[in-house]
Ligand binder design. Sequence first.
Ligand code: FAD
Length: 492
Amino acid sequence: FTTDSYPEIKRDPRFSQITPEHVAYFRDLLGKDSALVDGVTADVSADDMEPYNGDWMRKYRGHCKLVLKPTSTEEVSQILKYCNDNMLAVVPQGGNTGLVGGSVPVFDEIVISMSRMNHIRSFDEVSGVLVVDAGVVLEVADQFLAEKGYLFPLDLGAKGSCQIGGNVSTNAGGLRLLRYGSLHGNVLGLQAVLPDGTIVDDLCTLRKNNTGYDLKQLFIGGEGTIGMITAVSVQCPQRGKAVNVAFLGADSFEKIQLAFREAKSQLSEILSAFELMDSYSQDMVHRVRQNKRPLDGEYPFYCLIETTGSNSEHDAEKLEKFLEDVMSKDIIADGVLAQDETQIKSLWSQREGITECVGHFGGTYKYDVSIPLKDLYRLVDDTRERIEAAGLKGDTDEFPVVEVVGYGHMGDCNLHLNVAVRRYDKRVEKVLEPFVYEWIGKINGSISAEHGIGIAKRKYLGFSRNDTIIGLMKQIKKLYDPNGIMNPYKYI
Ligand code: FAD
């Protein structure tokens, strides 16, 4: 996609074009290295701007000419105040791993990159409360916590690049939500800057704080539309000393559901992840990586089960017993238990590597949705059927679609429906949309389980939210950002 793919979106004429005077202001404020400019003073090439203008999926492209890299909340405040006073539209950008086109500009909005706000501010080893700058990379925070015996309550495939500010702004779910819950519960406080430069200091480190409206919740999942998050305090759990992983194959989705039920009942308090993968997604991983498959046989469905506890022997025994039980009941056809850290990583990469392998062929149409469990996989079958009926899927270059795959966080009723394509194609898009959203709307699912709305889903919010709620959202946006400079053309 490019902006041209959205003919209904026009550049808002209220927004100013960037001038040399604006650039001079930012360079004076931040220093030359922290204000990358293309076109205005011509000292940075379009190639240097590329990482800020293109998204992870190579699907959305902006035309930003100015990237600002503040190093403090005060600098963010001065930037936003100036932008608001001068009607300059901005896009907050974290690790730019978002999957709904929210982190890249649509036209020439200024990118405010948080990459230089990357300090761990404090950690309380007794309470487990971590306070970090918004630009700290998730994996860096988790490694820091690992040394202290703690864990960041969020984990996802993009952990090496995504930032905690981006995670909070998208209310990322990920692999540990089943066990540790969502960021709406784990974020204790945050510091944010409103478009007029006001610093909202709510870096509370307390678990209990019932003193009026919980305004931080609006920033969690706010996708940079009402302000910029500059710091976050998070409640972090103790890191389980014993992690065990099993990889199982099953003959049907019904059997995977039975296995999930058994896992909850038999593994209960140590169950930390239950991930679903269909054979199509695993074929993709195999096709791209040419690696050895975890199981000897091939099955229509697979699941990865992780347990995290405090006693390795006891947990391994429990998982082993569970595996024996589900195999003896013919729920699971085959399974393997990781024997060491390397095998744990290798089994996880079968799941975490799907996103990258599916995108390997050119691009991916991605739908990250919540569906009641019993219907979860039906959407993948129905979508594949439609794509095949339209004659769009095949093995040779003339067909845009390579495969339709389904996987996801089964424990959270969260399906990733991915359509791997050789190139983005309007015909494919027409078959997929609004079909997918209508399908979800009919069964009261959610059109966005994790990734947010961004530009990708803005037209479809009505399939998951009623008019009253959308009306209230618009009022909130107007209250916080009356000039509409924060991440325009997206969300609502
Ligand atoms: P960006 O992509 O830079 O930004 C995302 C949105 O947040 C944008 O709207 C941006 O404007 C806004 N934003 C960023 N920083 C700030 C800030 N400081 N203040 C205000 N607004 C801000 N997501 C999941 O939920 N679960 C998964 O399991 C998951 N797996 C993934 C696997 C892969 C391989 C990839 C590529 C992505 C995955 N994602 C997943 C999506 C993505 O990683 C998450 O949405 C992540 O939280 C985005 O963080 P980021 O720092 O990259 O944010």
